[in-house]
Design a protein around this ligand. Sequence first.
Ligand code: HEM
Length: 305
Amino acid sequence: MLDIRLDSFSYHEHQKHSRTSRLIKAAYVTNSCILKTDNGPQLWKKFETPLYRKLRKSQEYMEDVAIDLLSLKMSLFKERDKYTPLTLLETYLSSPELDFKDIIGVICDFLLAGIDTTTYTTSFLLYHLAINPEVQHKAYEESLKLLKTPQSAVTEDVLKEAVYTKAVLKESLRLRPVSVGIGRILQNEAVFSTYPVPAETVVVSQNQISCRLDKYFECADKFLPDRWIKGHPLYKQAHPFLLLPFGHGPRSCIARRLAEQNMVILTLKVVRNYKIEWAGGTLDSRSLLINKPDGPILLTFKKRE
Ligand code: HEM
């Protein structure tokens, strides 16, 4: 989305003080401070509290990275080939309604919204595969069918056919969404189950809870990807507003398709090449601003023959 590779898997970026490590830390600190500064007495409005300072410093670091990345992109943008279609960032850069500050704001949002969300979702997905060997075996069989060799690329056609892997991701998001639901400020008065709620009220839907209720999903606490596969005996059409891990409407996640595609590609590649095992106890989630795993990710990967 930034048109520039951050190279986060390189040796250098794995080091403690690298840009990637500092960005990961800044996103985590921001996510841990927002709810705490939002709720309760907001003393930070009168003077800079230690929590607010942490939040400010993390945000400043992310903004510095965004400025560096955008400056680099702008210098390359001048030399771009005029016949290739514009990327998202290039569209922003060519838009007269947006100035440098607006685009910096968007990049900061990408950096904050893109780091922990995909990481936590992927961690839970691999955890579910590890503790449900029969599910992992079915995903492995699908990857064997779709990827002829362990090195085969995941093409557009492969993605279309990866029905079971997509169901695994969906089921994992049902049980372990990164967001409890969707938050909105009501523009108009509304009535929910006969309770009138005035305009301007902050309303947060509780999809995470609804997705765990047996009245909506049979054996709701069980990890059963087959429930999403049309034609399977476990399949039942769920209410369209129950499972909304990427939100809903015009403010829903801008990167939904990209994130889903990344996670499906990763799952196909990992299960095709490795047997995944879990070396810990039950992994639960803890809510900061977003839900994070409540313990270390103790996965082991055994190379398949
Ligand atoms: C598993 C991965 C992800 C999940 C589960 C997720 C989930 C969400 C959710 C629930 C929202 C709020 C939607 C609403 O209020 O209706 C959101 C918004 C957003 N997400 Fe994601 N997200 C993920 C990955 C990403 C990535 C990788 C990026 C960027 C690179 C990203 C960028 C954004 C942005 C910019 C918004 C704000 C959209 C707006 O306010 O108009 N997300 N995401």
